[in-house]
Design a protein around this ligand. Structure first.
Ligand SMILES: [Zn+2]
Length: 139
């Protein structure tokens, strides 16, 4: 048996082995512009060679009224792999900035093959404006 973190949200259960990630993060946030509140379970691995951190997202789930979650430190042989295919059910590609799902935006861009992060076209526009404003503030 290996030590693990077990996270249960309604019927969804996720088992993350200790050692797979240096730290496990549970993040509950509410999307902007009337976005749906969601919980993200992921964590970080430090990569020794260049001391950078690799982010791994295991689950993103929209929260509904009455939802509660249970976080348990346990022992398990079975782990829920962080492969995207494995979380296809509850996992839906959505913008990590505003929380809108793929079907509710014009274009949804994916971050990289290792990190399940997305940004939509309106957030890119929004961010571009903020970058321009930020630069103007500095000078
Ligand atoms: Zn967005």
């Amino acid at each position: 048996m290996k030590k693990a973190y077990k996270v249960r949200i309604g019927l969804d259960e996720l088992v993350v082995p200790v050692g797979e990630l240096d730290s496990v993060q549970l993040c509950v946030d509410c999307g902007r512009d009337g976005g749906v509140p969601q919980i993200t379970i992921g964590g970080y691995n430090s990569i020794q060679s260049d001391r950078s951190m690799e982010t791994k997202i295991w689950l993103i789930k929209e929260l509904e009224v009455g939802d509660s979650f249970n976080f348990e430190f346990t022992e398990s042989e079975e782990f829920t792999p962080p492969e995207k295919e494995e979380v296809e059910g509850p996992f839906e590609e959505r913008c990590n900035f505003c929380g809108k799902s793929k079907k509710n935006v014009d274009v949804l861009l994916e971050g990289s093959a290792y990190i399940a992060v997305y940004i939509c076209n309106s957030c890119v526009t929004d961010c571009s404006k903020k970058i321009i404003a930020e630069r103007a503030n500095r000078s």
